[in-house]
Design a protein around this ligand. Structure first.
Ligand SMILES: NC(=O)c1ccc[n+]([C@@H]2O[C@H](COP(=O)([O-])OP(=O)(O)OC[C@H]3O[C@@H](n4cnc5c(N)ncnc54)[C@H](O)[C@@H]3O)[C@@H](O)[C@H]2O)c1
Ligand SMILES: O=C(O)[C@H](O)COP(=O)(O)O
Length: 634
């Protein structure tokens, strides 16, 4: 069998969900220089000022069973994919394909992992298998429910929807379980649009009914007189990819096309010669109505008794979107009463619909069994599109077709790479400075940047700060998919602030500050004037550095571990502490001293490769000028 090689990955790709399992972890193909997190794709999470609410105790632990992400970003240039036990492995991931997928896509998947094509699984069989799988690829026939994510026991990293509609995937559950959902949104657009036009034209000329009657031995020329399309008004409901292609083709047939889509840009419609109108105007003026919106809570049964009553008598309806946007019983009534003269349907609320469905059996209804995407070309395209997306996700890359995570362009990822590491380390460091039982309620992340606010996407950075804060004090694994959800679940309010500074916009971020409010600190010097734990970091020469602790400036590379030490500012302190560490074979990697006023207090920030044992730490504490010190793991 011909094998399609995996496309080469560039150095700018970013690792997010390592294909880890509870028993093995994987760094497939070449390692990249980032491990990554996910955040909600809800548009609100894109806002630069983001907050989630309530209170969260650092001593609390929550077990969510999510274990699908690189545990640690190792450094800016080296990353290892590890499982929760820190094991590095090269085991191949298992990819379950539960519905028929084009061979080119399967070949690509087989070149990467173990592919299990098990079609027609019952929900029980799917749940039984899923804990052995790192990825699941479905079409519209598999219901990926909360039970499936639950049964996966944390192993499932990615669900690939080989097509557009993701209404068969419980996105909320996927997000809660930290599972990335990707789809293949473009490859079947033309096929669906062509099928819409096929239904429109064949319905108008009774092609299906005439064909059936001839095959039944009849010759009924007067019964199947049709209606012409030219000059008629077509309302396209949902002016997205498929809707706009249908509109373009209908214009070619001489139809007058209007469209309703609350989110579509007017200039795109204008470019095709289509007027965007209100829902009411669309349905009340159209001779034909073609549905192309997704099934969402807002569109569920939006075509019902009330809306049918507002349509022109004798309207004709085409649905290649989703059955659930129509109240099917109401459509039968509208057909019986003559409000709807004809309907042509490719999709149904329940698929397949019951054999005795009044709608399917209705003489004025033309039906096809969800064939919109079913052309050879579309199926090959969809299979390749989804295989690439799933392989990319298993490789830890942020996906361009992520449904429940931000889509971050590779060039942005590449540029943000060291800042992402910095953000996690600052979060990790800040939380270790907290003590007392009041719990962390509120964290503020401040980005200083010379960039225009619109050109800095901080979602990754926020997610990494969240990861850094939560992971050291909990067994919850945070990724970009679940960061906001878990923070909210734990009552952790994370807000962001942008400060525009007058420096070079060449670098996306000048500094990142993490402030934790209303908590006690085990290192009082980390408290700023307003009583918040405050630390700041910068990226210098591509390496994350700690540059401020409370009111003290320091300059230490955030590698290895860190000792923060406050002492009376006097000569010889570096030597004294350095000697103690040296005697215990603890290697000092960096050292920096910062003070507020000469001769008063100073902070020493010491990077160490090893963790000093208790005796060594005690000796540091006993140095007479040392007032407080803390050992922090990065
Ligand atoms: N029958 C098939 O085999 C088949 C094939 C492909 C797509 N589809 C379905 O067709 C639909 C459209 O697919 P697409 O690729 O064009 O998606 P798309 O996301 O490109 O377009 C959907 C459009 O619907 C709009 N929309 C959202 N809510 C709306 C509302 N309340 N009223 C009006 N418009 C609304 C969106 O703004 C968007 O422009 C989806 O439901 C998809 O699942 C079916
Ligand atoms: O949303 C889609 O992409 C279409 O409905 C196609 O669904 P299918 O993959 O089950 O044919």
């Amino acid at each position: 069998m011909a094998s399609t090689p995996c496309p080469p990955r560039t150095a700018t790709t970013a690792h997010l969900n390592s294909p880890l399992s509870s028993s093995s972890s994987v760094n497939h193909n070449k390692p990249s220089n980032l491990s990554f997190l996910h955040a909600s794709s809800n548009p609100s999470s894109v806002k630069l000022l983001h907050s989630v609410s309530a209170s969260f105790s650092p001593s609390s632990t929550t077990k969510t069973g999510i274990c699908n992400v690189l545990k640690t970003v190792e450094s800016a240039d080296i990353s290892l994919s590890r499982d929760l036990h820190g094991v590095v492995s090269t085991a191949k991931p298992t990819i379950l394909v539960s519905e028929k997928l084009g061979e080119a896509g399967l070949d690509l998947l087989r070149s990467f992992g173990n592919v299990d094509c098990s079609y027609d699984l019952s929900p029980q069989d799917l749940c039984a298998k899923i804990s052995l799988c790192d990825a699941l690829i479905v079409r519209s026939g598999t219901k990926v429910t909360r039970e499936v994510f639950d049964a996966a026991q944390g192993r499932l990293k990615v669900v690939g929807r080989a097509g557009v509609g993701i209404d068969n995937v419980d996105l909320q559950a996927a997000t809660e379980f930290g599972c990335l959902v990707v789809n293949a949104p473009t490859a079947n657009t033309i096929a669906a649009a062509e099928h819409g036009i096929a239904l429109l034209t064949s319905m108008a000329r009774n092609v299906a009914q005439a064909d059936a009657s001839m095959k039944a031995g009849k010759w009924l020329r007067s019964k199947y007189v049709g209606v012409s399309l030219v000059g008629k008004t077509l309302a396209v409901m949902g002016f997205g990819k498929v809707g706009s292609e249908v509109a373009r083709r209908a214009k070619g047939l001489g139809m007058h096309v209007i469209a309703h889509d609350p989110y579509a840009p007017a200039d795109r419609a204008r470019a095709i010669g289509v007027d965007l109108v209100s829902f009411e105007q669309a349905i009340s003026t159209a001779d034909f109505i073609s549905l192309h919106m997704p099934l969402t809570p807002a569109t569920n049964k939006v075509f019902n008794d009330d809306t049918f009553a507002k349509m022109k008598k004798g309207v004709r309806l085409i649905n290649v979107a989703r059955g659930g946007v129509i109240d099917e019983d109401a459509l039968v009534r509208a057909l019986d009463s003559g409000i709807v003269a004809q309907a042509a349907l490719d999709v149904f609320t329940v698929e397949p619909p019951p054999k005795d469905s009044k709608l399917v059996q209705h003489e004025n209804v033309t039906v096809t069994p969800h064939l919109g995407a079913s052309t050879k070309e579309a199926q090959e395209g969809v299979a390749i599109e989804i295989a690439e997306a799933v392989v990319g996700a298993l490789n830890g890359e942020l996906s361009a077709t992520a449904v429940n995570a931000p889509m971050v362009p590779p060039e942005v990822l590449s540029e943000l790479a060291p800042y992402v590491v910095l953000a996690e380390k600052l979060g990790r460091l800040a939380v270790q400075l907290v003590t007392g039982g009041s719990g962390i309620q509120s964290v503020k992340v401040v980005y200083k940047s010379a960039r225009d606010p619109d050109s800095l996407d901080t979602r990754l950075l926020r997610a990494m700060v969240t990861k850094g804060i939560i992971e050291p004090i909990s067994d919850t694994i945070i990724n970009l998919v679940n960061a906001d959800f878990i923070a909210k679940q734990k009552g952790l309010r994370i807000s962001e602030e942008r400060i525009i500074v007058d420096s070079s916009p060449e670098y996306p971020v000048e500094s990142i500050q993490v402030h934790i409010s209303n908590v006690q600190s085990r290192f009082a010097s980390a408290l700023s004037e307003n009583g918040n734990i405050s630390i700041e970091g910068r990226v210098k020469y591509g390496v994350p550095h700690l540059t401020r602790v409370g009111p003290f400036s320091v300059d230490v590379s955030l590698e290895g571990n860190l000792i923060l030490c406050r002492q009376v500012d006097q000569p010889g302190m570096i030597g004294k502490v350095g000697n103690i560490l040296g005697e215990s074979n603890v290697n000092v990697s960096f050292m920096s001293v910062g003070r507020t006023v000469k001769g008063k207090l100073a902070i020493m920030a010491i990077g160490v490769d090893e963790e000093p044992d208790k005796d060594t730490q005690k000796k540091i504490g006993e140095v007479s000028a040392v007032e407080e010190f803390v050992f922090l793991k990065l």
